[in-house]
Design a protein around this ligand. Sequence first.
Ligand code: SF4
Ligand code: SF4
Length: 456
Amino acid sequence: MIWRPFRGGIKPKEFKEATATKPIVTVPLPPRVILPLQQHLGERANPVVVRDELVEAGQIIGNSAAFISAPVHASISGTVTRVTAEVIEIARRNREGVRELSTGKWENLDKLPADAIRCIARKAGIVGLGGATFPTAVKLTPPAGCWVNTLIINGCECEPYLTADHRLMVEQSAEIVFGAYAMAQALQAVRIIFAVEDNKPDAAKKLAEALTAAQLRPYGAIIRNTTAEVRLVPSRYPQGAEKQLIWSLTGRVVPLGGLPAQVGVLVHNVATAYALAEAIRKAKPLIERVVTVTGPIVNAPGNYLVRLGTPIRELLAYAGGVKEPVKAIILGGPMMGEAQVDDGAPVTKGTSGVLVFGEADLAPVRQTRCIRCARCVEVCPMGLEPLYLARLAEKELWSEAVQAGAAYCLECGSCAYICPAKRPVAELIRRAKVKCQEGGIVDERQAGSQSRTASA
Ligand code: SF4
Ligand code: SF4
């Protein structure tokens, strides 16, 4: 099958060797968790518990009636010690069980109509775990008039350092395949493509084996009615971005401001498919996730299964601590992740990685004037002119920035990465996007699109 190269992109050094072969290790339950009520795109959940209340792991502690939202579950059993509009904290009691979803446990997908699968995804609090954090139940509900015939399961993990999805594909391929078929059932899709970058051949092999096993012992008619294949794509950043992946694998172009469903495709991350399988088969809500903890100064870099809400400092301590004073912590990958001011922030549904750097790893950046080399234009996967957008942002010409296409920026960071003048191009464009959103300045072409694509 033909693979189409997407426009632009970069080939950063991968830095994955420290963790790519490390099996997933389960972190012991933390003594305390901090659970933000906004771990997803859409409406924030409201607290449904009060201070001093005893809660069980798996119990809903925050919820919203809004369509685009997701419930938040207690990730450990214990006593609620703090409740605000933004966050709930729980101190652990010595109980380890997890309250199951009321949806039951299902092995046969024939017994689960599309609405039941969406209901399970919603009750389990599942969101896009590749970083986008869009509620999965909503994504599995395409707009009226759109038939999603093709489902892409995204195992690209194109950001440097991150290997959590890689290990999940190697160790939990059967669950990922089950979750993918459940998604296909919800969408009535007739084709599933598992997309894996060619730097993870072991993951592609495991998924292919799991697909064969599913076809030998089908758990529903969907397996016979749907074609499924594993496709290797060249490793190039940002191959895992939704629009770029759809183009590479199907040749379909998502219109500017449009949604993938409009071209009959949906992209879900491998970890999201895994979470859905856990919810359907084990009635398990989303209370934990796999996180890559790595960076030059981490003593025991690895892939850790950790309860949501665990403070980064505890996760880091479990990973052997650090060799020297911490200079920077990034949650997510180095290209699209968020720098943290300290190690007190918790792991949330969108945390795919914790990257830790020391003084020597962060060479001082000497920023100079733009030399108009156009390298940022060459690498921009969205065909934008980052140098021009950045200049508009510097001048605070927000309206002009949006007319020049700032809203279509993926925030992939390729322009900043390549810039010989070390200009913070992506950061400036991101600021323009935020200002436009805050000021209600929209490009008409953008109506309905999601602001940040990440890796679905
Ligand atoms: S890559 Fe940097 S220096 Fe070159 S045109 Fe873009 S912003 Fe200017
Ligand atoms: S951050 Fe935005 S402007 Fe820069 S390369 Fe990526 S999509 Fe283009």
